[in-house]
Write a protein that binds this ligand. Sequence first.
Ligand code: C2E
Ligand code: MG
Ligand code: MG
Ligand code: MG
Length: 295
Amino acid sequence: EAKEAGKARHAVFEPSMYAAIVQRLQLEADIRMAAGAPERSGLFLAYQPIVDLRTGAVRGLEALLRWDHPTRGTVTPSVFVPVAEHTGVIVPLGRWVLEQACTQLMAWRTQWWRERRQPDSVPSVSVNISGRQLAEEDFVDEVAAILQRTGAPAGSITLEITESVIMRNTESSLRTLSALKALGLRLAIDDFGTGYSSLSYLQKFPVDVLKIDRAFVEGVAQGGSDAALARTIVTLGTTLGLRTVAEGVETSSQQEALEAMGCVDGQGYLFSPARPVDEITAWLRVQTGSLAIAV
Ligand code: C2E
Ligand code: MG
Ligand code: MG
Ligand code: MG
């Protein structure tokens, strides 16, 4: 008996768990290395459109990290972003992401100017910011320096910060967000509805956009509590003068239900997945008729 129990206990630490630990350490080392030379390591940005639910007009493009790992193949951000956050590597990596996105915005503006004299019809670009970045003392200065270096107009950049990060430390969030707002950036609360917002704080935060978490969008066409919560968020956004963007719109019945609730913008596979630069540029060109962008 005792022997068997001992054996069983021993087995817990054997090969599968050992392998998992080694894997994890390897991933940590890999992402650290990759962040040091992102382009050469297979890291790149893909862009997913944010569109007007009614007209399909492009409202924005969200930059999303992608990693084609030389030996692992495609690694999803839901795997490597948490590792990068845990180790702090997200700080330099996130800086690279922002600079890359600003540079891409300027490339599109130049292209659009050459082709049709309409740089301002290039949609604004959204960039995800991790809590670790936001907590850095020089974060706002870094952002200002990147805008300066790339020449990207602050008003064409939206920073997405998750609700849970903002609500973790409301006083310092308020200070940082206000400083970013003063630079002219647009601010979005990502994954809204999952982070237990204090409503009194929500009113104080200088944000422009609420992104309704995919969890509520999923069941929005069925009525029920998902629909009720989505409707509440849209109403809240309207009351506070914010735009609401529905995340993860996959079906036209979801699109219709959201539209009926007064949600203006949406993002999801129904419209387009995130695509690499060449593909999204071609996609944007096809949308020519709907390129007039509101700020
Ligand atoms: P997020 O910022 O909430 O991004 C939305 C996620 O939903 C993306 O996953 C996107 O590809 C996915 N998505 C979009 N439309 C649909 C849909 O219709 N159905 C479904 N099922 N999913 C959809 P992705 O690209 O895997 O990124 C996951 C998360 O990783 C992001 O969530 C964000 O939190 C994080 N992330 C990605 N890139 C960055 C980055 O550059 N910096 C930081 N800090 N985090 C990032
Ligand atoms: Mg996001
Ligand atoms: Mg989100
Ligand atoms: Mg998310």
